[in-house]
Design a protein around this ligand. Sequence first.
Ligand code: AMP
Length: 114
Amino acid sequence: MMTDNVFMKIIQRTIPARIVYEDDLSLAFHDIHPQAPVHVLIIPKKEIRTLDDASKDDQALLGHLLLVAQQLARQLNLDKGYRLVINCKEQGGQTVPHLHVHLLGGRAMTWPPG
Ligand code: AMP
């Protein structure tokens, strides 16, 4: 996993991103290397490195991220369905050390994931 938290820099606007949604708790932007016609990342503004670092105090925040994903899926016309992914740490394939939910859609997804 990278040590540099590029997503914090996106929150702070020190590096650019194609932001599609923002509120007090979260930010969403297009993935720089899209794996599907729609590939958006939803992140908490609070610095949480991995899902393993979230606690009971983050329960409402985690639920909020899912509802933002649902709202964005609606806005982005993913009425046929979509996939949400959270990669956690090295074996989960996480590369950026800031919790994020991938919203993938616009094509049929396959299973199992790689
Ligand atoms: P993960 O592998 O689950 O940690 O996902 C990290 C994702 O962040 C990857 O899909 C990258 O393409 C994406 N990514 C990395 N840097 C940026 C960036 N500066 N702007 C947008 N997406 C990024």
